[in-house]
Design a protein around this ligand. Structure first.
Ligand SMILES: Nc1ncnc2c1ncn2[C@@H]1O[C@H](COP(=O)(O)OP(=O)(O)OP(=O)(O)O)[C@@H](O)[C@H]1O
Ligand SMILES: [Mg+2]
Length: 308
């Protein structure tokens, strides 16, 4: 377990050491979230590095990463805990069978003890939120609540309670409270507005597309072997694409994928042929691809330096 960063620079260095290149405002948000022990709410377009922050923090701080992937219909049985009903039934059947084999034993089955037994930890399946509140050998874990905008409002209200007090109630046991709260990262792609009350519990940061300089640094961190001239061209092209009216502009994830694809094709530089052939790595909507392929791509290629 590594100590928490003691400054904004230390937070940026910690992320950087694990391949995450961030601007100062994000490093500040991370530093404050860790220092003030508040959840960090990251909102932004797809593929800009929201989820990656949690992974990198867990690796950098030597903590376990516990991920709750949100989706419509997510319920407490999948997010918090559930009883292992088949095992509970088996325990009851075994007790009954033992009783039938030995009539005296039947009289001895203590219903209270059996009930206590089948509601013991052995029969409880802890899901991410409960696991995040339990003690961990290497310190409080990083809890990633990913894509919270996909859940429905009742679950969001439940999350609000968990994030307020870091406690969960299991009726058969009572209230379980984290001795040390986990480091919480909540992400949203803003497919719908998340309730103010939940955001208020958190520090908020909008993760934007990187500028050309930072995107070049990300590319250098993730693909150190790539020729400088090609990576400059890749970044310039992607940055220009983001300035067009596209249905879905490429994120950092797509830039990295494109760099990998061009390397796999042994491309030395961008040209009309390799751009047109690989647009599907960058753009995921046919209308976007059709709009860029050909003339637009040629125009963007002709002005790579201007876009940097
Ligand atoms: N600042 C960065 N430094 C290094 N790599 C980055 C950075 N931002 C994003 N990446 C890389 O981009 C990819 C996508 O990042 P990530 O999955 O975190 O995006 P996201 O914002 O969670 O996207 P989505 O909304 O689609 O889930 C990852 O492979 C990650 O390594
Ligand atoms: Mg994500």
């Amino acid at each position: 377990m590594t100590a928490l960063p003691s400054s904004i620079d230390a937070a940026a260095d910690l992320l950087r050491a694990h391949g995450y290149v961030c601007e100062r405002s994000l490093a500040t948000a991370v530093f404050l979230a860790l220092t003030l022990k508040r959840p960090l709410f990251l909102e932004g377009e797809a593929g800009v590095g929201k989820t990656e922050i949690a992974k990198v923090l867990a690796a950098g701080l030597g903590r376990d990463l516990i991920r709750l992937q949100c989706y419509e219909g997510l319920d407490t049985a999948s997010a918090v805990y559930e009883w292992n009903y088949p095992r509970q039934m088996m325990a009851i059947r075994l007790a009954e069978a033992a009783g039938q084999a030995d009539r005296n034993a039947l009289a001895r089955i203590n219903i209270g003890a059996l009930t206590r037994d089948i509601y013991s930890a052995e029969y409880l399946i802890a899901r991410p939120l409960l696991r995040a509140l339990e003690p961990h050998d290497n310190g409080p874990p990083v809890l990633l609540i990913d894509e919270v905008d996909r859940t429905d409002e009742p679950f969001e209200a439940f999350l609000l309670e968990v994030l307020s007090d870091y406690q969960i109630t299991i009726p058969e046991w009572g209230t379980i409270r984290a001795e040390h709260p986990p480091i919480v990262i909540v992400t949203s792609n803003r497919t719908r507005e998340v309730h103010d009350a939940l955001k208020r519990r958190c520090l908020y940061h909008w993760v934007d597309y990187p500028n050309a300089e930072r995107e070049r640094a990300i590319l250098a961190a993730k693909h150190p072997g790539m020729a400088r001239a090609l990576s400059d061209q890749v970044v310039a092209f992607v940055q220009s694409l983001r300035g067009l009216e596209l249905f879905k502009p490429p994120g950092i994830a797509e830039t990295l994928d494109w760099a990998q694809a061009l390397t796999a094709l042994n491309a030395q530089e961008l040209d009309q042929a390799n751009v047109d052939a690989t647009l599907g790595v960058l753009l995921k909507y046919q209308d976007d691809i059709a709009g860029v392929r050909g003339e637009t791509a040629a125009r963007l290629l002709a002005q790579p330096q201007a876009a940097q």
